[in-house]
Design a protein around this ligand. Sequence first.
Ligand SMILES: Cc1ncc(COP(=O)(O)O)c(C=O)c1O
Length: 391
Amino acid sequence: MENFLTHLECSVCGDRHSPHELQTVCRSCGKSLLARYDLDSARKGFSRNRLRDLPPSLWKYAPLLPVEQQEHVVSLGEVTTPLVRLTGLEKELGLKELWVKDEAHLPTGSFKARGLSVAVSKAKELGVEKICIPSAGNAGGALAAYAARAGIESHIFVPEDTPVINVKECYAYGAHVELVRGTISDAAKVMNERKSEHADWFDVSTLKEPYRLEGKKTMGYELAEQFDWNLPDTILYPTGGGTGLIGMWKAFEEMEKLGWIGKKRPKMVSVQADGCAPVVKAFEQKKRVSEFWPNAATIASGLRVPKAFADHLILDAVYESGGTAVTASDEEIVLAIKVVAGKDGFFFCPEGAACVVALRKLVQKGFLKSDDVVLLFNTAAGNKYPEVITD
Ligand SMILES: Cc1ncc(COP(=O)(O)O)c(C=O)c1O
């Protein structure tokens, strides 16, 4: 299979690591590793026109993904997710174009499928037999599914109040699940204790493993292609660990080097919940890293991440893009789900609905202009959260 992967590079100290050995974080400084490709050769050998004839799946970008042998690809049918125009809301807010990229169509009903399809494939390529993850819910479900398909044993650590469906899907796929009191940070602590007794568990925690990011970056490739290589003016993204936001930012940089897009970048807006907003707080204080958010609480379970491991990369992308960071309360989120479902027939998950709340705030503030093309992310199926809608 054609592939341009060359090495892994530390996002902070720049140290190089081999992609042919199992890697987690940088061995020199402990920060996130980023996959690097020979983009000069790819520029000559992989034209964007070729994409038109390939099946609509994230695997069409395989030459720019880390899996080197076709036989190691673990796939459950990762479709190209649709762009849906929210004409009702667009009219109400007076925006030129308002789109939502609907990640609900992916296997297991969330965008976590992208990262875990790629990470599990690479883990399989490197001979992993047991894998573990702390999760807010959807990543656990996705890991359980792809690990089952790959014949890898999975160990999933989630908060005890994770949405029921996320826990049940893990059980259905035959994963080992441990429910932990607290947030994903507490789940990670328990996982690390267990891991110290199981040296053969490979940890795929957000951005402590380099390849989930590569799966998530395909959101950037896909949307560029769907917008005919003219990126939207603004992207609103519900941010927990930040993989999607960092991944899209990486994709834009790669695509510019490939000659697929120009210099223009969307303004990246990081959206969080009132009850857990470490990135928003850091942005408001003009800081480069966030502080741990105590007593994190929100119905948008994917946003309940008190401190993202790669917060510096999230904030870098927001600052460099001229973007901003906004919060939504749980009440605003529930109302937004109902308003858009009633107006546009579109059922947001709570994390996606937080973007709708942020959108309104940014229109009111004048940050968004009437001739802007705006893209929101619906990162999971609204149907996965029946407990959120009470009447
Ligand atoms: C539905 C949903 N949206 C958003 C997020 C946050 O994603 P990221 O880690 O890419 O910031 C999560 C993470 O669990 C999620 O499940």
